[in-house]
Ligand binder design. Sequence first.
Ligand SMILES: Nc1nc2c(ncn2[C@@H]2O[C@H](COP(=O)(O)OP(=O)(O)OP(=O)(O)O)[C@@H](O)[C@H]2O)c(=O)[nH]1
Ligand SMILES: [Mg+2]
Length: 263
Amino acid sequence: MINDANNIVLAVMGAVGNGKSSTLNSIIQEPLFQSGRAVGPVTQRIGSCVRYWKLPEVGRTVHIVDTPGMCDSTYKDVENVHLMVEFFKTLSHGVSAFVLVFNIHNTRLDEYTKNMLRLFERLLGPQFWKHVVIVFTHVDEDQRDYLEENIDALTHPVEGFVKVINEWFHLQYQPPLVFLSNRDTRYNQYARDCFMELYEAVVSVEGGQRREKFTCTFFQEVNNRAGVVQDNYIVQSIRSAAAAIPQMVQSGTRAVANVCSVM
Ligand SMILES: Nc1nc2c(ncn2[C@@H]2O[C@H](COP(=O)(O)OP(=O)(O)OP(=O)(O)O)[C@@H](O)[C@H]2O)c(=O)[nH]1
Ligand SMILES: [Mg+2]
């Protein structure tokens, strides 16, 4: 099923507690992934499954890949490199959309998130940006008016969030933005409408009529390997990608290098 062109492959990424698991649960209308508030991350490992896309009902299956907030601590310890290895293995058959999840109440693009995006760009190539959808959660119906100013600021054509991302990464096009609420998505029409917008955004970044999923040399090389060789290849690739990014050399590559030497 994973290679079925009609199947959507969706990977969520974003900092701890931004609403990644909740967004996926809303899409499939099932509390499959644990979500909640905690001191640390609620999601601890890569979770993936295939379900019907239920909100809205589009008659298509979706392979969803939930992740812990890797960008907060990707480079800190062995566990996180293992997570990245799992993540890339799961995605190596192709991705319809990378959903970057932010909380509307905290939209600072922190250094870890930037580094994660830099790493993705380096590993997957700049084409990966064509499959990015940016989601802001916690835009609940009763907050919408109050949040309108935040939304305007984020979408501002000169200083807005996406404009800033575009400039940082020299993007030629604008990733779609979706503002949504995960509250009461079963009965609340406003929340349900938000998910129609999310689905439309995902369709807009799918590879045209033929819905070809994003792939790249790195993914193909991953698929050409198996077992420990595959794991080592991914770790080495992460390591050299990180080493080629000046900002990461300053902040965390030593940790990655240490991790690589223990694997
Ligand atoms: N009101 C409101 N709460 C939300 C929304 N989205 C997520 N939440 C809440 O925010 C908290 C964190 O959501 P999660 O889905 O667990 O976030 P996560 O990004 O998966 O978190 P980690 O797995 O810890 O990285 C939970 O208590 C959710 O119920 C939303 O749109 N509105
Ligand atoms: Mg989670």
